[in-house]
Design a binder for this molecule. Sequence first.
Ligand code: ADP
Length: 299
Amino acid sequence: KGPDPDLVAIAERMATVKHKILVLSGKGGVGKSTFSAQLSFALAEMDHQVGLLDIDICGPSIPKMLGLEGQDIHQSNLGWSPIYVESNLGVMSIGFMLPNPDDAVIWRGPRKNGLIKQFLKDVDWGEIDYLIVDAPPGTSDEHISIVQYLQATGVDGAIIVTTPQQVSLIDVRKEINFCKKVGVPVLGVVENMSGLRQAFSDLKFLKPGATGETDATEWAMNYIREKAPELLSVVACSEVFDSSKGGAEKMCHEMGVPFLGKVPMDPQLCKAAEEGRSCFVDQRCSASAPALKSIIRKL
Ligand code: ADP
């Protein structure tokens, strides 16, 4: 029996991709897609050629996070063309193929695997430095498929995104063990939503006993401006999630994988993701952008 023609086609396609990085998480909602999107923006801004592949087939949020909702994929004789945000940042997602963004994709494993195979075989990335693969949460069919299909060409490694609390970290341990089992190096773990950081001047206040916040904010701000104006430039920080057991850093230490750093919960980063923007281009994401940049520099 000769080599699997699909794997040969994937290897040929991947021959023009220098680095392949998987972005994984144990649970949903921890910021994996946000990280994948901002990592792609950052690498593109560093003048690399970047491809972002969204294989979160049941919940593709990458088109929205890159500001590409409603776009259609085009085919050429070279294959499926990615949708370009910038000339050096191309994106492919099942989100582009759904006639209606509210459509549910209810597929069994083999169909999902078929699409992942097709993404790897048929997308015409051209010569790129990085292919960032945004995977669904957990360790399911999609993960086994992508690792298996990329086996011949190899994967540089996986970045695992988590939040600080134990319920998320328990699943990260499984994710790390999955990587070890299938031979994908863990590039490191990112602790996202690690405390809430917000400029004091952006906070909303409740007047004692009041239920509405608008008046109370004005009231509190006037009070602060008058009595303690130096507070306005202070960044408020709140721990939100329980990280008393040491969070991701301690877990990384125990499991012998690198800890890449912490990204705080930043309402401005959430806004950038909602609007499909890079968080690095202006000063708005001042609480999270430097943390993300420092993590990306470690890769
Ligand atoms: P996942 O891919 O893990 O399911 P998402 O990236 O879709 O998670 O993030 C879930 C929500 O949390 C999104 O609305 C996103 O904008 C928001 N979010 C992610 N990380 C942060 C952060 N550090 N600060 C504020 N909001 C965040």
